[in-house]
Ligand binder design. Sequence first.
Ligand code: FEO
Length: 176
Amino acid sequence: MKINNKMEEAINKQVNAELYSAYLYLGMSARCSELNLKGMANWFYVQAQEEMTHAMKFYRFILERSGSARLPGIEGVRSDWKNPLEMFAAAYEHEQKVTALINNLMDIATAERDHASASMLNWFIDEQVEEEANASEITEKLKLVGESREGLFMLDKELSTRVFVDSTQPAGKAQP
Ligand code: FEO
């Protein structure tokens, strides 16, 4: 069934919000590189890639439901982050805002009795639990590390191991 106008508009906005998230994290990755924190730069780079896949999942859904994908401009992001704690705390705060956006989408899907959208959004509701937990955990570790250079080095090393996996796709299927 063709997606209705209200749901189409709301999901279009979410495509933009996910692309903004990618931009935000790419900016943080760049800042970590400048600070010579290559592991954290890697973590944010992988996070930016994940956000792209979230945007594409919403984008593909609009087209699958015979809707129109509109692509307005993406807002710029700040680049003057002082330290990793500031970045990860902001990432955690941002993910909580994204969770609220996803919950709002689910409210619309429920009100519109759009079960296909609700089913698709369930994936994002689960994903947001992980997104918040990841950013929160690293923020808390950074608080523990405090001013310790050794602690920061160890955490940076830990975050260098993160690799990108497209969890929006069944294993082995490439994105169109
Ligand atoms: Fe697309 Fe970080 O949520």
